[in-house]
Each structure stands twice: as C-alpha cells, then as structure tokens.
Ligand binder design. Structure first.
Ligand SMILES: Cc1cc2nc3c(=O)[nH]c(=O)nc-3n(C[C@H](O)[C@H](O)[C@H](O)COP(=O)(O)OP(=O)(O)OC[C@H]3O[C@@H](n4cnc5c(N)ncnc54)[C@H](O)[C@@H]3O)c2cc1C
Ligand code: SF4
Length: 333
C-alpha cells in the first residue's frame, strides 16, 4: 500500500521551499500540493500519482478575489470554483468564465475545486488512469494505446505521435479567451506566465504538461480589465447535460459595432491537448460582418489543422458548429 506524509505549511514561502525538494513538478512528482483534492486524491486512489509528501495549501492566504488597480481581477489560487463563478464582478464583467465554471463537474465538486487545481487537472484519457495499460504520459516510452484504441473523447488539435490526450478543463478555455496570466512563486522568486504559455503541447514529452518547476506554487491568476461592451458566451457540448466533460466547447468574447465584429477572442475546449486559443478564428472575425456565414468561416479556420483519429473525427464538425453557434448566441444575446 502506498504511504505518504501530510503536512500543512504555515506560509507560501515555507510551502515553496519544502516543495522545491521534489525531483519534478510534473508526472511522478514525489512532493505535491493539495488544494480541493478532486484531481489529486482520485489519481492517488488509482496509483497514478504516488507522492511521498503532500502539502495542504488550504490554510495559505490565497483565497481572495480582488479588483486590481488597473481594473482587472486577481483570483487567489485556492478560490473555489463555485465562489469564483458566483462572484458579482465575474458574473458582470467575465461572464464567459462564470458560465464555463458552472458548466464543469457538479455543484459539490465546484465547492471543493480551486483555481490552481483546475489549471492543473489531468486528462481523462482512460489509459492514463489505468496503471495496467501503457501510456507515454504516465510512463514515458511505454507507448500510446489511445492512438489505435479508444480515442473518441481525445484531442484533434495539438496532438503528437506520443500523445493525443485532451485537456479537460472548462475554466481554462474561458481564461484562455480572456487572456489570463498565471502568477507563480518559486524557489528563485516570482514570475508571471500568460495562460497560452503555461500549458505545453505533448510533443515528445507528454509527461511534461506545464512550465512548472519543483517548488513552484501558483499564488493567483489575473485577468485583464474587462472589454467594454463585449458579448461573452461559453457553450459546452457533451454526451449528457451535466457532470460530463466537453466533447467540444467554445468560449467567445466579441464586440460588435455597426453590424461588424470589432474585437474577438476565441477559446476551444474538448478538442485540444491544451486549452486552445484560436488566433485563426479571431482574425477571420475582426472587421467582418457579424453574420452566420462569417461565423462559419471563423470556425473552419479554427479547425483547419485538426487531425482526426479512428473514433474522434466527428469532433471536428462538432467543434465548428459549437463555435459558430456560440458566436451567433453572442451576437444576438
Ligand atoms: C467526477 C468529476 C467530474 C469533473 N468534471 C469536470 C468538468 O466537467 N469540467 C472541468 O473543467 N473539470 C471537471 N472536473 C475536474 C475538476 O474541475 C478538477 O478536479 C478541479 O478543478 C481540481 O481542483 P482541486 O483544487 O481539487 O485540485 P487538487 O486535486 O487539489 O490539485 C490538482 C493538482 O494541482 C496541484 N496544485 C493545486 N494547487 C496548486 C497550487 N496553488 N500551486 C501548484 N500546484 C497546485 C496539485 O498538486 C495537483 O497536482 C471533474 C472532476 C471530477 C472528479
Ligand atoms: S493519449 Fe496520452 S494520456 Fe492517453 S494513452 Fe496516449 S500517451 Fe497516455
């Protein structure tokens, strides 16, 4: 049976210096922070994660939501997903984020799940979660059975020959569209990483999912000031109406003036190996009439590089329709 030590660091610096003793911050880390525990504890029960030391960060002062001096928002790492979704400033100015959070998991899970934990949730690929199976992400070099196996829910964008696992987060897709920044305290100081640079494509190292190094503690996430007059929609398509991960989702933040799109930010979920921002869709939209024909063109552009596997080709058309419909909802909402 796997055994581990469990401690509660007294402040963020103590947490960082203890965690910095880990050999890696990625798959196989021997020291792990725990926040809501809804990813980590599940994976420990499955023996996918086997840390020797767990640092409970729930008592650290990282649970506030505050407006920043520039009019943006600062979201503490341990803010619960439910508190974030229902915060008045989020509902008013970052509706796409509130909608994405409320589309995720269940009310009970959202009451536990945290901002940083959500950023670091792991793929739901069934081979990754089954230690009897090979998996390059869990055990580098063992192979990827999903490529010739059960891949209906897996990714069509950002895949490699080593891994086609989907990033399952809803929250991150909205944060990608909003241009969030991840703030990290590490053993060498603090740094800020745009969300687009935070998650890594699988390439030849699918076990490495983020830029985090041993000791790195996510302290908070910031959102830029809200885009005045923007229309925001998160649309999630899945096999059942709740308590299910996305087959395809779209986060859109657009402004429309005089019938034309004047700014556009587009994120896609359920289809990418990381939370997917689509500059292709954004540039196909800006300056064009806000109509169904152009929304479909933007969706075609977003999925142009999609690569289907044996069972998930349907996701490409599904994602296109999801994005086009989300844009239509935003334009008419
Ligand atoms: C049944 C089920 C259904 C779900 N459905 C959905 C869904 O539909 N959509 C969706 O988006 N999500 C879904 N989820 C995933 C859920 O959103 C995540 O499990 C949750 O957000 C993780 O947050 P947590 O605080 O519980 O993370 P934890 O389990 O505490 O931690 C997750 C990881 O993050 C690390 N970590 C935590 N905090 C920090 C920090 N501050 N700094 C550095 N590392 C940190 C931990 O070490 C761990 O590796 C579902 C989960 C379950 C169990
Ligand atoms: S897709 Fe990735 S996570 Fe799934 S089996 Fe292949 S390597 Fe493992």
């Amino acid at each position: 049976m796997h055994t581990f030590e469990f401690i509660r660091p007294s402040d963020p610096a103590a947490a960082v210096s203890t965690a910095a003793q880990a050999k890696t911050a990625q798959q196989g880390a021997d020291v792990r922070f725990v926040a809501g525990g809804t990813t980590l504890l599940d994976l420990m029960k499955l023996n996918v994660e086997t840390p020797a030391l767990i640092l409970d960060i729930n008592r650290l002062p990282l649970d506030k939501i505050e407006v920043t001096p520039d009019g943006g928002l600062k979201i503490g790492a341990t803010v619960r997903n439910s508190d974030l979704a229902h915060h008045p400033a989020v509902q008013r100015d970052y509706a796409v984020l509130s909608q994405a959070l409320l589309a995720g998991a269940s009310a009970q899970l959202r009451n536990m799940a945290t901002t940083a934990g959500n950023l670091l949730q792991r793929t739901r690929c069934m081979y990754f979660r089954d230690t009897a199976m090979p998996c390059n992400k869990r055990e580098p070099g063992t192979g990827c059975p999903a490529i010739t196996g059960a891949n209906r829910t897996l990714a069509v964008l950002g895949t490699s020959e080593q891994c086609i696992a989907t990033n399952p987060s809803d929250m991150c897709v909205a944060m990608a569209a909003l241009g969030a920044t991840i703030h990290i305290m590490g053993s060498k100081g603090t740094r800020a990483v745009p969300i687009g640079d935070f998650h890594l494509l699988p390439g030849s190292t699918p076990q490495r999912e983020t830029v985090l190094e041993p000791g790195d503690l996510i302290t908070h996430v910031t959102l830029p000031p809200p885009i005045v007059g923007s229309k925001q929609v998160y649309l999630k398509l899945r096999d059942r109406a709740s308590y299910e991960f996305a087959l395809a989702s779209a986060a859109v933040v657009i402004t429309i003036t005089g019938g034309k799109v004047t700014s556009a930010r587009v994120g896609l979920g359920g289809v990418g190996t990381k939370p997917w921002r689509s500059p292709e869709a954004e540039s196909a939209l800006v300056g064009k009439p806000a109509d169904a024909a152009n929304f479909r063109k933007a969706a075609e552009a977003a999925l142009r590089d999609a690569k289907p596997q044996s069972e998930n080709g349907f996701k490409i058309e599904l994602a296109k329709r999801c994005l086009a419909h989300a844009l239509q909802m935003a334009a008419t909402g």
